[in-house]
Design a protein. Structure first.
Length: 396
C-alpha cells in the first residue's frame, strides 16, 4: 500500500477539510471557496470530535451557513402540516435522518434532497415583531478583499499505525471578490481571486517542519479563480473553480475541500418575513473529492441593526452514500466510509449589502473511519479532526 501512501493521506486530509469546513457545492461539481481558521484556542476546542447528534459539540463561533450551488430554495414553514409524501419532512422540521454510523442507506438522501436539487429552507420560528423580509442587496461593480485563516488539529490511524495528535500551522488566504454583473432577477455574478497564501511558522519544531511543507504545496495556488451567482435570498449556483496548473496535485485536492466554505459566506435566507429570534434550517447536498453528504445548518437571528445581521449557526452532516470515488488515486483503488460523525457551531455577522461576512468564526469537529482496497490488499483508516475557520477584513 506504500505506492499510494501520500495519495491516501491527501484523500483523508482533503475529505476531512471538506467535511469539517461545513460548506457546500452543487451536485454538478465545481468546488467552492475557502475556509478560514479561527484562533489557536479555537482549533484546540475543535479538536474534540463531536457527533452530529451531540448537542455539546465544540462551542465555537460560527461560519456562515452552507448553501448548495443549486438554484432557488424550497421553503416549508414548520407550523404548517407537511404534505403526504413530502421527503423534506421525513426526518422532522430542522432535522437530518441519522442513518447507520452516520451513513444513509442507498437512495435515502435522494428522497430528502436529490443531487442537483434545490436547498430546502424551513422556518422553525418566525421570531419577534416587527418582522420583515431579509434579502441581499448587492451592487454591480462592488469589490471587497477579505482574509481567511484556518487552524487544524488532527490525528490518524492507518492500518493500526497511529500518529500522535498534530497541530497544523495556521494557514492564511487573502481573497478579492468583485460583483461583475446583475440580472433582472437581481442575481449577482461574483468573481473571486486568491491574491496570496501564507503559512505561519509555528511554535515548535514539528509545526515549523509542517509549515515549510505546506508553503511548498500552497504557493502554486496564488491566482486561483472562482465564479458563482448569488440570489437575493442567498442561493448560490453555477459555481466554478479554476486552480492554477502550477499547483501540486496534493494541494489541488486539499483545496477542493478547503474552498468549499465559500458558500458559507452566504447565509440562505427564508422567504417569510422574520424578526429577531427567528430560527430556520437549510438542508443542502455537499459533494467534493468523490464524497457525498447531506448538510443541515440551523440559523438563529440574534440581532438586527439595519442591514447588519448577527446569527448563531449549528451544522450537522450525514453521508449520503458509503462509497467515495475520489480523484487522484491510482486505478483500482476503492475507498468506502465505515462511519462518520461531523458537527459544529459558530457565530456570523453579515451585512446584506456586502459580498462577504463582516466577521465569521466556526468550529467543526469530525471523526470518520475509512476502508481502502488496492493491489489485493485491504486497510482501515480513521481520523479525528478539529478545525477553526475565521473570516476577517483587512484594516484600512
Amino acid at each position: 500500500m506504500k505506492s499510494f501512501g501520500r495519495g491516501r493521506l491527501a484523500l483523508v486530509f482533503g475529505l476531512g477539510v471538506m467535511v469539517a469546513s461545513g460548506c457546500g457545492e452543487d451536485a454538478g461539481g465545481a468546488a467552492k471557496a475557502e475556509p478560514k481558521a479561527s484562533a489557536q484556542s479555537t482549533a484546540d476546542k475543535a479538536s474534540t470530535p463531536a457527533s452530529a447528534s451531540d448537542k455539546k459539540v465544540a462551542n465555537a463561533p460560527a461560519t456562515g451557513a452552507p448553501t448548495s450551488t443549486a438554484t432557488t430554495s424550497a421553503e416549508a414553514p414548520a407550523s404548517s402540516a407537511a404534505p403526504a409524501g413530502n421527503p423534506a419532512a421525513a426526518a422532522g422540521p430542522g432535522q437530518l435522518p441519522k442513518g447507520t454510523n452516520g451513513i444513509l442507506p442507498p437512495g435515502e438522501a435522494d428522497k430528502l434532497l436529490p443531487v442537483g436539487g434545490k436547498p430546502v429552507v424551513t422556518v422553525l420560528d418566525k421570531g419577534a415583531e416587527p418582522r420583515e423580509s431579509l434579502a441581499y442587496d448587492l451592487s454591480k461593480g462592488q469589490k471587497e478583499s477579505f482574509g481567511i485563516g484556518m487552524d487544524m488539529t488532527m490525528k490518524m490511524d492507518m492500518g493500526g499505525r497511529a500518529t500522535p495528535p498534530i497541530k497544523m500551522p495556521r494557514m492564511n488566504m487573502l481573497m478579492e471578490l468583485v460583483a461583475n454583473d446583475k440580472n433582472p432577477e437581481k442575481d449577482v455574478f461574483i468573481e473571486g481571486l486568491m491574491k496570496g497564501v501564507t503559512v505561519d511558522a509555528g511554535a515548535d519544531a514539528m509545526q515549523k517542519q509542517l509549515s515549510e511543507t505546506l508553503k511548498k504545496e500552497l504557493d502554486g495556488l496564488k491566482g486561483l479563480k472562482m465564479t458563482y451567482w448569488v440570489s437575493p435570498k442567498g442561493e448560490v449556483r453555477d459555481s466554478k473553480l479554476v486552480i492554477p496548473p502550477s499547483a501540486p496535485a496534493s494541494a489541488q485536492q486539499m483545496m477542493q475541500g478547503m474552498l468549499q466554505s465559500m458558500d458559507s459566506m452566504v447565509a440562505p435566507l427564508p422567504k417569510e418575513d422574520v424578526g429577531v429570534g427567528a430560527k430556520w434550517s437549510a438542508i443542502t447536498r455537499v459533494m467534493s473529492n468523490g464524497a457525498d453528504f447531506l448538510q443541515l445548518a440551523r440559523y438563529t437571528l440574534k440581532q438586527k441593526d439595519g442591514t447588519k445581521l448577527t446569527f448563531d449557526v449549528e451544522i450537522e452532516q450525514v453521508a449520503a452514500k458509503g462509497t467515495i470515488d475520489a480523484p487522484g488515486l491510482p486505478p483500482g483503488v476503492k475507498t468506502s466510509l465505515k462511519s462518520i460523525e461531523s458537527a459544529g457551531k459558530g457565530t456570523m455577522v453579515l451585512d446584506l449589502k456586502q459580498l462577504s461576512p463582516v466577521s465569521s468564526q466556526t468550529n467543526m469537529a469530525l471523526k470518520m473511519s475509512l476502508h481502502v482496497e488496492a493491489q489485493g490488499k485491504q486497510e482501515d483508516m480513521s481520523m479525528e479532526m478539529g478545525m477553526g475557520v475565521e473570516f476577517t477584513h483587512p484594516k484600512k
